[in-house]
Design a binder for this molecule. Structure first.
Ligand SMILES: [Zn+2]
Ligand SMILES: [Zn+2]
Length: 279
């Protein structure tokens, strides 16, 4: 298994590497900039150099980037759309410089304009980005979402449609978040639920698109469309789904990232629970 965690970049992007190796991670996920601000610091050659040097001194595998929280690439509001695209473009370019293969992104929210509008707006944003950004090696991972409010991405069909409508389908993969799919109404509490959900994923999107997992238990209820993560085994999903994923040979080479609460104190605990479930 390739197991890791979302870790802090506090004090500089290069610190994420140590945060990951301290937790014996095989892979990590990071924010490339403050996720709650539009403006990011522009990456200096020193930042890139320090990060690359720190990474190369370790056995750490994939480093995955996650888009900022403010982003809404499906927004009907021109100012938000413009800022979202600009911020995303900067993150894609930085990912390219840092040699990161993947940026995970949510699908945005249509804010009342309807899902058809939102999915088209989102696809247009991605095509605009592919055509106007110097980041040829960066793949976008569409994340399954819980579907709060008017958020898109809570049906596998939404992800399929964006990939299908884009002029650049090869630039997309998918990140499956266990908490989000459960809250969205894909049950994974028993082995047969897991088998059925992954069958649906394969039928609708195709398992070959699956490039990362977010392993989070859910504080939110099944079908609640609410996004609240919980420690592994302490939420409404329970351990069966995690045991299933950890032992399924189809997922052996796919990065498994925890985004559970209280990362400073609890990441170690959640990772050790997953390592035990793998035994
Ligand atoms: Zn996630
Ligand atoms: Zn979430």
């Amino acid at each position: 298994m390739i197991l890791g965690a979302h870790v802090s970049t506090s004090g500089g992007l290069h610190n994420a590497i140590k945060n990951g190796t301290d937790l014996q991670c095989d892979t990590i996920q990071i924010f490339l900039r403050n996720p709650n601000q539009w403006q990011g610091k522009s990456p200096t050659p020193e930042i890139v150099e320090k990060f690359t040097a720190a990474w190369s001194e370790t056995d750490l595998g994939e480093v995955i980037a996650h888009d900022i929280h403010l982003s809404n690439l499906a927004s009907p509001k021109p100012d938000v759309l413009k800022k979202s695209r600009q911020a995303f473009r900067e993150q894609m370019e930085l990912a390219q410089l840092l040699d990161l293969r993947y940026i995970v992104t949510h699908l945005g929210a249509h804010l009342g304009e309807g899902e058809t509008f939102g999915l088209q707006q989102l696809t247009d944003s991605f095509d605009f980005l592919f055509e106007n950004t110097e980041a040829p090696d960066v793949m976008l991972l569409l994340e399954t979402t819980a579907g709060q409010g008017t958020n898109l991405g809570y049906r596998f069909e939404h992800l399929r449609d964006v990939i299908g409508m884009s002029k650049y389908p090869d630039r997309f993969g998918v990140c499956l978040d266990t908490c989000h799919v459960f809250a969205a109404g894909y049950d994974i509490r028993t082995e047969s639920d897991c088998a059925a959900t992954f069958k649906q994923f394969d039928d609708i999107i195709g398992l070959e698109r699956l490039k990362a997992f977010h392993l989070n238990d859910a504080k939110s209820e099944y079908q609640s469309r609410v996004d609240r993560h919980e420690h592994i085994g302490e939420g409404n999903i329970g351990t069966t789904a995690f045991t299933y994923i950890l032992h399924d040979a189809r997922f052996a080479e796919i990065p498994l990232i925890i985004e559970t609460p209280q990362m400073k104190t609890m990441h170690e605990v959640n990772l050790s629970i997953l390592r035990k479930l793998k035994l």
